[in-house]
Design a protein. Structure first.
Length: 142
């Protein structure tokens, strides 16, 4: 499936562009998921660093590990050319699009809508219609 760049948000387009720059800066001939992860981690205004911080992982520590992995990748020298998108990154983006499409289909319940909220469940259990049945089953014996 061909990547539809027009379906990307501006932030996503910027992340892929930065990933390409990272690959070129390191002389990598292929644009890999690790380059995209590095780009997402570099973006201080993006969502990835705060999420990592919230779960107790330092984004800078992850970023330095990612750069170590990038240094191990094959390099080409000579004229700086744009890195070609790898099959891995293409598959990753394709899977992300498929997931996004599945979530946006009409009639599909959104996250958390498959069961009633606790508040509604609590209100229901306290409704006059529900209490007598509950009370009848749980009356203390005299």
């Amino acid at each position: 499936m061909a990547i539809r760049w027009d379906k990307f948000t501006v932030k996503a387009q910027e992340a892929v562009q930065r990933a390409n720059e990272i690959a070129s800066e390191h002389g990598n001939p292929e644009l890999l998921p690790v380059h995209l992860l590095a780009a997402l981690l570099e973006d201080k205004e993006g969502i990835v660093p705060p999420v990592l911080e919230k779960i107790g992982i330092g984004p800078q520590a992850v970023l330095s590990e990612i750069y170590q992995e990038i240094e191990k990748l094959p390099k080409v020298s000579g004229a700086s050319a744009q890195a070609a998108m790898s099959n891995q990154l293409n598959q990753l983006l394709d899977a992300a699009f498929k997931q996004a499409e599945a979530r946006s289909k009409p009639g599909r319940p959104g996250p958390g809508t498959s069961r009633p909220s606790r508040r509604r469940a609590r209100r229901h259990s306290q409704s006059p219609d529900c209490r007598p049945r509950f009370a009848a089953h749980h009356r203390p014996e005299s």
